[in-house]
Ligand binder design. Structure first.
Ligand code: SF4
Ligand code: SF4
Length: 294
């Protein structure tokens, strides 16, 4: 008789079968469920009518599902896609600002499927509040977008942040973000959750600071970092900032690879992405699964 897997073995297997945490896992599929429309910050590179660019490529908008619709989408995709291993929530806004929806979706799916991996992306502001609940819901993989560890630099990334009923800007915003991101990451890691950190590189603001961020998150025990280029979006506060070149991006990644493992295969998926990373079915979703709304 086969011994039941230990918690450590389950975690290893889930990570091996997660296409974003393991570049060898390209045969496995993930589904993003777009249940999180609201956001509690305004990143300088974001235009809210599109999906959260901390995770996805700007320029596409996902339509929002209720938790029940999300469960139905998951079940009908799972039926057609036996290689589906991961359910993620990645916007289109900030997952933790839509906590009721997030909790409901994970609870509904867990009742139907005890094994599927739960993954979530966040800007980290509310992580200290929810890290423990994420653990209790069975979330095993979390991506935190953290663009700076220096409050002054972090503050330049946001036009404002809203926290506990108040709005903060500049250094005060940066100080709160950095403190909560670090405290939240610590709690996740203490609870055995694997953490990936996305870093959006903005020329003239944090491009020379990225290795500092990578050193810090390594010391916290994060698993991998994903250094991305900011893509200027028309209408955003940073629309006139020239993006870092591919050459500069690769130099930064190379330098940071000396510190800890780097992700090179992120596809900047939509908040409603479905399929393997290289064969996204979200565009065809209408024909692929039964329509959720009449
Ligand atoms: Fe936009 Fe995402 Fe930043 Fe919110 S966290 S402002 S959705 S990029
Ligand atoms: Fe994975 Fe990147 Fe796509 Fe997220 S955006 S599902 S990390 S490939």
């Amino acid at each position: 008789k086969k011994e039941p897997e230990s918690a450590e073995e389950i975690m290893k297997r889930k990570t091996k079968e997660h296409p974003c945490y393991n570049c060898q896992a390209h045969q496995f599929a993930r589904i993003h469920l777009p249940v999180a429309p609201a956001c509690n910050v305004q990143c300088g590179y974001c235009v809210r009518k599109f999906d959260c660019p901390n995770e996805s490529r700007p320029g596409v908008t996902s339509s929002i599902l209720t938790p029940e619709e999300a469960l139905n989408r998951y079940l009908s995709v799972k039926e057609k896609m036996p290689n589906l291993t991961v359910v993620g929530i990645a916007g289109p806004g900030e997952a933790l600002e839509n906590w009721e929806n997030v909790r409901n979706v994970f609870e509904l799916i867990r009742k139907q499927d005890p094994n599927v991996t739960f993954c979530l992306s966040t800007n980290g502001l509310k992580l200290p509040q929810y890290a423990l609940e994420l653990k209790e819901l069975g979330v095993s993989h979390v991506t935190v977008t953290m663009n700076a560890v220096d409050p002054h630099i972090s503050g330049q990334m946001y036009q404002y942040i809203r926290y506990m009923g108040r709005e903060y800007t500049g250094d005060a915003a940066g100080a709160l973000m950095v403190a909560n991101q670090i405290a939240g990451i610590r709690q996740l890691i203490a609870n055995g959750i694997l953490v990936k950190v996305n870093i959006v590189t903005v020329k003239g603001i944090n491009d020379s600071h990225v290795p500092e961020v990578v050193k810090t998150v390594k010391s916290l025990g994060c698993f991998i970092t994903n250094i991305m280029q900011m893509i200027p979006v028309k209408g955003s506060a940073l629309e006139h900032v020239e993006p870092v070149s591919n050459k500069q991006l690769n130099e930064i990644r190379k330098q940071c690879e000396e510190i800890m493992p780097q992700m090179y295969h992120c596809q900047h998926c939509r908040a409603d992405a479905v399929g393997t990373l290289t064969d996204d079915k979200s565009i065809q979703l209408k024909g692929f699964v039964a329509e959720e709304r009449p």
